[in-house]
Design a protein around this ligand. Structure first.
Ligand code: SF4
Length: 461
């Protein structure tokens, strides 16, 4: 595979054979961070050919009430689950719209954060099919850890992550190579879960680890104790927040731009002062970010605190917001903050919009008030739609269609997730590696995932 880099073609992966599946066509809809799709219907040309018949039926339903949608879903899913028996496990992430979360649960599925989801195949060896309604890197992580007899499916392969899209393997590799050439074994890479298996493999190659937002500080503390230069990919905010939490001062951190800008930057472009900072840095932050979590500002935090709300935020938010909040932590931390709140308490939560909506419904029944941190009823604050638009692409027709086809042995190959698969979230095109390269990615990424599991479980004891 060759890529255009600084005007010259560089062979980045000699010997690797890649097959590209272009059966999905782009609708041309531009994805912007924070786009409020929020579980609304997708245009028909956003569905794979195999799923269009289901989407057409769904779009023809009179409305989106449970009375209209559930009988239609039951008609396909109940017989499909009967055919599949105990072999299948349905999974979804907390950030899915309440509707899908509730639907997946209705059909016996399981909802959690990315750490817990990643472990499901390995912890359930008697299950053979895992059907995931969440983003692609989450499904791929299950595939990296699964047993050989198991298969992993994603309901919509176009369900990508904007943070991951700014840290594709071909963007990170040239930088990783330069850093590795300069710092050798002194370089240790931590890769946040929100990256492809190909990027997670960089962590395995340098004796590093994967992390999630729930264990980032555990992994960062372990890395810092080794006195190495830490390369943190892809989220610069989680990297900075975790680094500061374990005692790395800001002046010992350097940010490398994310995306193609970062890929094109070379050490030879750095000034003497920049190179000196890089040499002295304890932490190098790859400059990607989540458009959903970086909309929050300290003014939002102050607004709700002044009105008696406790503010809790996700650490993909900026350091300033995290520092101003009353608490911060992973998706599970935020969920537990709601579960443990006392009746009469008021919480403002800074994270993904669907999650907050789900939390608000849960809290209301318990006499707890939950608001979205950026949802401020004051014209001085512009209204912000901030659900994870890419994750929301897993709508009811995707779940219905995939389960029906899977149960009849006709699941589209595009929905199968293997180690090293890379999907373009705009076009839906998927690059699949040859079996030898898949195995290499699996070996290295697994090493980093297993290191994360070892450190996380040890920290719990
Ligand atoms: S919320 Fe942000 S980081 Fe999480 S999956 Fe969506 S785009 Fe990616």
């Amino acid at each position: 595979m060759t890529v255009e880099m600084n005007g010259t073609e560089a062979d980045l992966h000699p010997g690797r054979v890649v097959e590209i599946d272009r059966t999905l066509k782009s609708s041309g809809i531009a994805l912007t961070p924070g786009m409020p799709i929020c579980q609304t219907d997708l245009p028909i040309d956003w569905y794979q050919e195999e799923l269009k018949p289901y989407a057409e039926e769904y779009l023809a339903l009179p409305d989106r009430t449970p009375e209209a949608v559930l009988p239609w879903m039951d008609r396909y899913i109940v017989p499909a689950l009967n055919r599949l028996g105990d072999s299948v496990m349905l999974l979804a992430h907390f950030y899915m719209g309440g509707e899908i979360v509730k639907l997946v649960e209705r059909y016996g599925g399981f909802i959690s954060d990315s750490y817990v989801l990643a472990l499901q195949a390995v912890q359930n060896p008697h299950k053979t099919h895992f059907v995931e309604s969440a983003v692609h890197f989450m499904a791929e992580t299950i595939a990296l850890l699964k047993h050989d007899h198991q298969s992993v499916w994603i309901t919509n392969p176009k369900s990508g992550c904007t943070m991951e899209a700014l840290a594709k393997e071909d963007m990170v590799l040239p930088v990783f190579n330069e850093l590795h050439a300069r710092y050798g074994d002194d370089l240790l890479t931590i890769v946040y879960m929100n990256a492809s298996g190909r990027v997670k493999a960089f962590a395995g190659k340098t004796g590093g680890a994967v992390c999630t937002s729930s264990n980032a500080q555990v992994i960062m503390r372990w890395a810092k104790a080794q006195n190495k230069k830490i390369l943190f990919i892809p989220d610069r905010h989680l990297g900075e927040n975790s680094g500061r939490a374990v005692g790395i001062p800001r002046e010992k951190m350097v940010e490398w731009p994310g995306g193609w800008e970062g890929a094109r930057r070379r050490m030879a472009h750095l000034s003497a002062a920049e190179l000196d900072s890089l040499d002295k840095a304890e932490l190098v932050l790859w400059g990607s970010f989540c458009g959903v979590h970086t909309i929050f500002e300290t003014a939002h935090v102050k607004y709700w605190q002044e009105r008696g709300y406790r503010v809790v935020v996700h650490p993909e938010s900026t350091y300033e917001v995290v520092a101003a909040a009353d608490g911060y932590g992973s998706t599970n931390y935020l969920w537990n903050a709601v579960l443990n709140a006392k009746p009469g308490e008021k919480l403002a939560i800074g994270t993904e919009g669907h999650f907050v909506k789900n939390a608000r419904d849960l809290a209301k029944a318990r006499g707890v008030e939950v608001v979205h941190l950026a949802d401020i009823p004051d014209p001085r604050f512009p209204s912000m739609g901030c659900g994870c638009a890419t994750m929301s692409r897993n709508d009811p027709p995707h779940l219905v269609g995939l389960l029906d086809l899977l149960s009849r042995g006709k699941a589209p190959e595009l929905n199968r997730v293997l180690s090293g698969d890379s999907v373009d979230e705009t076009t839906g095109w998927r690059e699949r590696l040859d079996p030898r390269s898949q195995e290499e990615i699996r070996r290295d990424a697994r090493k980093a995932l297993e290191k994360m599991i070892e450190l996380t479980e040890a920290a719990r004891k």
